[in-house]
Design a protein around this ligand. Sequence first.
Ligand SMILES: Cc1cc2nc3c(=O)[nH]c(=O)nc-3n(C[C@H](O)[C@H](O)[C@H](O)COP(=O)(O)OP(=O)(O)OC[C@H]3O[C@@H](n4cnc5c(N)ncnc54)[C@H](O)[C@@H]3O)c2cc1C
Length: 288
Amino acid sequence: MRGYLPPVEVRVPATLGEALTLLAAEPGLWTPLAGGTDLMVVFNAGHLKATRFLDLSRLTELRGIAEDNNLLSFGSLSTYTDLRECRAVHQHFPNLVKSAQVTGALAIQNRGTLGGNIANASPAADTPPSLLAYGAELELVSVLGSRRVAYASFHQGYKQMDLAPDELVAKVLVPKPTGRGFHYFRKVGTRQAQAISKVCLAAYARLEKGCVAELRIGLGSVAPAPVRARAVEQLLLGQPLASLPIEAARLALGSDISPIDDIRATAHYRSVVTGNLLAQMLRELTQA
Ligand SMILES: Cc1cc2nc3c(=O)[nH]c(=O)nc-3n(C[C@H](O)[C@H](O)[C@H](O)COP(=O)(O)OP(=O)(O)OC[C@H]3O[C@@H](n4cnc5c(N)ncnc54)[C@H](O)[C@@H]3O)c2cc1C
């Protein structure tokens, strides 16, 4: 903890328009502040260069979870508690509920936001694997208007995102799965709770006539950013559930991930455990 904190300036816009105008006038100068659960840790440690913060908390435009026939739209200020308490999220996106349940403890779940988890761009964040598995899109806004990007292409490297300095993440749009679905989520950390992921795997499959008709696998903590296991998905697509090539899938995983050694785990541990989670997921899928 640092003993001296520099003076900071915090603006608290009342509308989204006001916030975007400020970002456009001085791009890169203002750091969006949502729940502050990532920012304040870095700030207190003295590693955060930013001293000007744009507090998003009053922007009602970024709140709420809305449902229509085809999708759920999460305001970027949706908290983990919002996700855990929403009936429609339980019904359509059980992996997202599980991600929220294993993020921090209740205080973090009450304050931390989905938008913050995404824009903090940690490879170890817990909602991204589920968002990848469900084929989420992001709505980004600036004074120029809004644009949609596939979440799978949003992270472009370690802490690099398809997000301009004058843009905010406004919404996370997740299409409702149709047909017979299979959902899997597992996070491996040092403890069951209050631990950052060593490995995290989320998967969604649509099953049709005893085969894998659609499959997306999202992975955390095994690459510079959250990633899809595209080689594995490709291998398994169309395969009969009764004879999924589990060992071949484990081998294919090697080209999807690039784990590193860090304070939480070794690259070797991450490779082996990711393969184990994949095999566990596929064994469950065989029984689905
Ligand atoms: C004790 C503790 C335990 C934790 N455990 C976990 C865990 O288990 N799993 C996990 O994934 N995370 C964990 N976290 C990290 C953190 O709580 C989450 O990443 C949280 O979702 C961050 O959201 P926030 O609203 O607090 O973000 P903030 O700290 O406010 O912001 C994070 C980053 O996102 C940017 N940002 C925020 N909102 C927007 C927006 N709408 N548009 C553009 N940029 C934006 C900010 O500028 C900043 O760079 C933990 C943190 C703590 C302190």
